[in-house]
Design a protein around this ligand. Structure first.
Ligand code: C2E
Ligand code: MG
Ligand code: MG
Ligand code: MG
Length: 281
C-alpha cells in the first residue's frame, strides 16, 4: 500500500522541475541512511566458460531496495553516491559483501567461482583500495586470485602515473584487473600497452549491434582477437540471444555473461544456479 502511494506521488511530482529537484533531495537523504538501514544488496550474474560449459564466476551488481520506490538499479543512485561522497563507504561495503559471498562459496566447495567487482573512479583513486581488498581477503582467508576488479576506460585515463601505481598495488595484492565496457570509452588502445591488465569485457552495445550494424561483427571479432593476441581473458557481457552466443562461440570468446544464461541473482539463487549448472550435489 505504502509502496503504491509512494510511486504515484513520485510520478505526480516529477511533472514540475521544482518538484523534480525535491525528489532528488529526498533521494539524497534516503541514500545517506541506505547503508545503515541495510537497504543495499548485491546481485550476482553468472559467467559461463564455453569450453567447459561451467559457471566459473559471477559479477557483483549493486541494487538499492528503497522502502518506497522499490528496487533501484545502480544507474539511479551510483552517480548520486559519487556526487555526495558516499561512494567510498558504499564501495567498501560492496568489497566486504563480495568477500563474504565468495567465502560462502568456498565453504560450499564451489571453490572455482571467481568474483568481479565494479570500482568507481573515486574508489579507484583512494590510496587504500588495494590495502582494503587485501585486508578483507585475509579476514575470509580467500585466495586473492578469486577477485577481479572491473574498471571502465574513463577510470583508467585519469592520470597515467597514478593509474599505473594503483594497478601495480592491485597486482601486488594478487587481484585481477578487467576493463569493463571495452571499446566504449574515450581512450585509445595505448593503456593496454602501458598498464597491467588481465581481462577485457566486450560491451553489450557491440552485441546488440550484431543485428543492427554491418560493422559490428568485425568490431566484436577484433576485440576478441586483440584479447587473445595480448594473452588476456575475454568476457562478453549482455549476451541475450542464441545468435549472439553462436557468433561468440565461433570466434572463441571463452566467457559469456548475460540474460541468455541468467539475470543477476541474489546470493542464494546464485549458489543454487551454480550447483544445478555445474551439477554439484
Ligand atoms: P556493468 O558493470 O557494465 O554491468 C553490466 C550491466 O548490464 C548490469 O546492469 C547488468 O545487469 C546488465 N546486463 C547483464 N546482462 C544483460 C543482458 O543480457 N541484457 C541486458 N539488457 N542487460 C544486461 P546494472 O546491474 O544495472 O548495472 C549498471 C552499471 O552500474 C554497471 O555496468 C556498473 O558500471 C555499475 N555498477 C553496478 N554495481 C556497481 C557497484 O557495486 N559499484 C559501482 N561503482 N558501480 C556499479
Ligand atoms: Mg561491470
Ligand atoms: Mg560493462
Ligand atoms: Mg556499463
Amino acid at each position: 500500500q505504502v509502496k503504491k502511494l509512494g510511486r504515484a506521488n513520485y510520478q505526480f511530482f516529477s511533472e514540475s522541475l521544482h518538484k523534480d529537484s525535491r525528489r532528488q533531495l529526498s533521494l539524497e537523504m534516503d541514500l545517506h541512511k541506505a547503508l545503515e538501514r541495510n537497504e543495499l544488496v548485491l546481485h550476482f550474474q553468472p559467467q559461463i566458460d564455453q569450453t567447459r560449459n561451467r559457471v566459473v564466476g559471477a559479477e557483483a551488481l549493486i541494487r538499492w531496495q528503497h522502502p518506497v520506490l522499490g528496487t533501484l538499479a545502480p544507474d539511479k543512485f551510483i552517480p548520486l553516491a559519487e556526487k555526495m561522497g558516499l561512494i567510498l563507504p558504499i564501495g567498501d561495503w560492496v568489497l566486504k559483501e563480495v568477500c563474504r559471498v565468495a567465502a560462502l562459496c568456498q565453504s560450499l566447495a564451489l571453490t572455482e567461482i571467481e568474483f568481479s567487482i565494479n570500482i568507481s573512479a573515486h574508489q579507484f583513486l583512494l590510496d587504500s583500495l588495494a590495502e582494503n581488498i587485501h585486508q578483507y581477503l585475509e579476514e575470509h582467508a580467500l585466495p586473492s586470485a578469486l577477485l577481479t576488479v572491473e574498471l571502465t576506460e574513463s577510470v583508467l585515463v585519469k592520470d597515467v602515473e597514478t593509474t599505473a601505481a594503483i594497478l601495480t598495488q592491485l597486482r601486488d595484492v594478487g587481484v585481477k584487473v578487467s576493463i569493463d565496457d571495452f571499446g566504449t570509452g574515450y581512450s585509445s588502445l595505448s593503456y593496454l600497452q602501458q598498464f597491467p591488465v588481465d581481462e577485457l569485457k566486450v560491451d553489450r552495445s557491440f552485441l546488440t549491434g550484431l543485428s543492427q550494424y554491418k560493422n559490428a561483427e568485425a568490431i566484436v571479432s577484433s576485440i576478441i582477437r586483440l584479447a587473445k593476441d595480448l594473452g588476456l581473458k575475454i568476457v562478453a557481457e549482455g549476451v541475450e540471444t542464441e545468435q549472439q552466443l553462436s557468433f561468440l562461440r565461433a570466434k572463441e570468446c571463452s566467457i559469456i555473461q548475460g540474460y541468455y544464461y541468467a539475470k543477476p541473482l541474489e546470493a542464494e539463487a546464485l549458489i543454487a544456479f551454480i550447483k544445478t549448472f555445474n551439477r554439484v550435489l
